[in-house]
Design a binder for this molecule. Structure first.
Ligand code: NAD
Ligand code: DAU
Length: 354
């Protein structure tokens, strides 16, 4: 059975990818995750209990552990998602971002190269190292234009600088050593199981709790939103059919200001979970100090992945955000476990620790 290593498979996007691959592929999945605050095995749902999913509780900076996993599982490729992913945290404490996103990617590349060098020619050709990266490596746009695969790198936060460094390392391992790599740079994801530090789940959770909805600056920053399952389908396509050495930009074509996003969320909540008769969620909107160095606008031209691999998002923003709000309302248990910290006991309760 073909085997893929997925790093960060207990996170928001990694868990969506594993749920997809368990239903829509034959891959045996070795999920390597350190279970930071952002890792939650409950997010894997039934896929986590499938015999084709093996969970390995490791740090990607741990080279001996990685070497042992390569020797034991003989993977055909790697989809690397493990990262520190939240921009605000990177501003308050950049060290973890350099450690996991830069040193961790380097360590994984070196372990992969050592394993890959020992394969026969056919297996070496077929092997793929896919780095899941972000559009934030390209910096910030003015009112027009979009990022594509030719855009120069211009990262501006500790998070985006660490992801840009990882992209450069991945490219260097391809040019220097011939490791067959792929890079995807994706726009803002949203959907079920997202940690409630990110804009959309934070707004849903705060609104339901009657807490302020903090809007940075004027709320006019623009992000290009993509439903997480559409990203997962794009990752599967690129990993299985992308050309080694290439980069693919992925985005939903859904540019929205933060105020538009927040107003959409509170409209949906007014309809699906109204406050009492004379109170609306809009009263909770609160303008707060801006994020330092806040990038103004991101937008992706996803023409290459559409032309070469036939990928298209299935969700519009309207359909995806309605599903997302409904999911958070229907899954208050998942949210409560995250808020209380109880999700951190999942490993002990549900998985044999390795
Ligand atoms: P997340 O924060 O939800 O999950 C990250 C996962 O990585 C967690 O399960 C965590 O436990 C694990 N992890 C962190 N450090 C680790 C380490 N040292 N060793 C092993 N595991 C570790 O992140 P996400 O939003 O799912 O993002 C996944 C990837 O996609 C990241 O590389 C991110 O940069 C990229 N990305 C995210 C978005 C987005 O909108 N969320 C968009 C584009 C790209
Ligand atoms: O563009 C892709 C990136 O999208 C990913 O690489 C990152 O991992 C992911 O976290 C995301 O980064 P952002 O900084 O764009 O996402 P965040 O949800 O933190 O913020 C979205 C926008 O909302 C941004 O302009 C800041 C604003 N914001 C955010 C929060 C948490 C607020 O106005 N208030 C808030 O409380």
């Amino acid at each position: 059975m073909p085997t893929v290593f997925i790093t960060g498979g207990a996170g928001f996007i990694g868990s969506a990818l594993i749920r997809l691959l368990i239903t829509a592929s034959d891959w045996r999945i070795v999920n390597i995750d350190k279970l930071t605050y952002a890792g939650n095995l409950a997010s894997l749902a039934a896929a986590g209990r499938d015999p084709r999913h093996v969970f390995c509780h490791h740090d990607i900076c741990d080279r001996p552990a990685l070497d042992a996993l390569f020797a034991e599982h003989h993977p055909d490729g790697i989809i690397h998602l493990a990262a520190e992913s939240h921009v605000d945290r990177s501003i308050h404490g950049p060290g973890d971002f350099v450690q996991t996103n830069v040193v961790g990617t380097y360590t994984l590349l070196e372990a992969a190269r050592a394993y890959w060098s020992g394969l026969d020619a056919a297996a070496r050709n077929a092997f793929r190292f896919h780095h899941v990266s972000t559009d934030e490596v390209f910096g910030s746009l003015g009112p027009c234009g979009r990022f594509d695969e030719t855009t120069a790198y211009d990262p501006r936060s500790p998070y985006s600088a660490s992801k840009a460094a990882a992209d450069h390392l991945v490219r260097a391992w391809q040019h220097t050593y011939g490791l067959p790599t792929l890079i995807t740079n994706c726009s803002n994801n949203y959907g079920p199981y997202q940690f409630p530090e990110k804009l959309i789940p934070l707004m849903i959770g705060n609104a339901l709790a009657g807490k302020p909805l903090p809007i940075y600056g004027q709320g006019d920053n623009v992000r290009d939103w993509l439903y997480v399952d559409d990203h997962a389908r794009a990752l599967q396509l690129v990993f299985e059919r992308g050309r080694p050495g290439e980069t693919y930009c992925i985005g939903g074509g859904n540019e929205k200001t933060n105020l538009q996003v927040i107003d959409t969320v509170r409209d949906l909540l007014d309809r699906q979970s109204p406050r009492d008769a004379d109170r609306r969620y809009a009263e909770l909107k609160t303008f707060v100090a801006d994020r330092p160095g806040h990038d103004q606008r991101y937008a992706i031209d996803a023409g290459k992945i559409q032309r070469e691999l036939g990928w298209r998002p299935l969700e519009t923003f309207a359909s995806g955000i309605a599903k997302t709000v409904a999911w958070y309302l229907d899954n208050s248990d998942w949210v409560a476990q995250v808020q209380s910290g109880a999700y951190r006991n999942w490993l002990e309760r549900n998985y044999a620790q390795r």
